[in-house]
Design a protein around this ligand. Sequence first.
Ligand SMILES: [Zn+2]
Ligand SMILES: [Zn+2]
Length: 240
Amino acid sequence: MINIFRTLINFLLPHRCLCCGVVLASHDSLCADCFNNITFISKPYCKCCGRPLYTGSTEADDLYCVSCLNKRPNFRYSRAAIRYDNFSKRLVLDFKFAAHIENKKLLARWLYLAGKDIFEAGADLIVPVPLHYTRLLKRKYNQSAVLAGELAKMTNIIVDYDVLKKIKYTLPQTQCDGKQRHKNIKGAFTITHPERIKGKRIVLIDDVYTTGSTTKECTKTLLKFGAKSVDILTVAKVID
Ligand SMILES: [Zn+2]
Ligand SMILES: [Zn+2]
């Protein structure tokens, strides 16, 4: 009886590829064509910032890029699951703006896999990059908070949704060039309850890492208010 019911549901509401909409046998996934168009970021990459390296073994764990060797960033690790390009852009933007919230499970699964080093090293608290309340009212949900919630279920790490708060209304970072991005976001965040992050290893979640201005500013704020360390975990990353 249950099987007949399930067949009927599948017939009426078939599982579809989250990217192109073609009918699939399983839910929360991509068809083979779309999957092949996604570029997953894999080793060898810099142990600190996760930037792909074009030399070195795929097994090597202690490689650093020139930039991190010269000056260590303020975060502990930064990892991203996929490369942000013309193809993955659609998946990420649909999730952010077009209420394709059903993509959350797939994207969070990718976050979980990309964050292996972070979870192995140990993390105490997941914190999503916040939206300013006016933008939240307009969009109805914060895509980073949705991902953080899904990731929490997989890792059993607690999420704190409102300890990091955006207090300054900023232009969308996509409207600023590299230098302006930093200026635009400077001083945009604060911590509402410092005792909730004090001495904790934080995993900061965002959907896309472009120049890193936003996540670096969040990291600076979290460290200033007493976090022990900050790791950055994003679904996609712009790689130049
Ligand atoms: Zn597809
Ligand atoms: Zn690096």
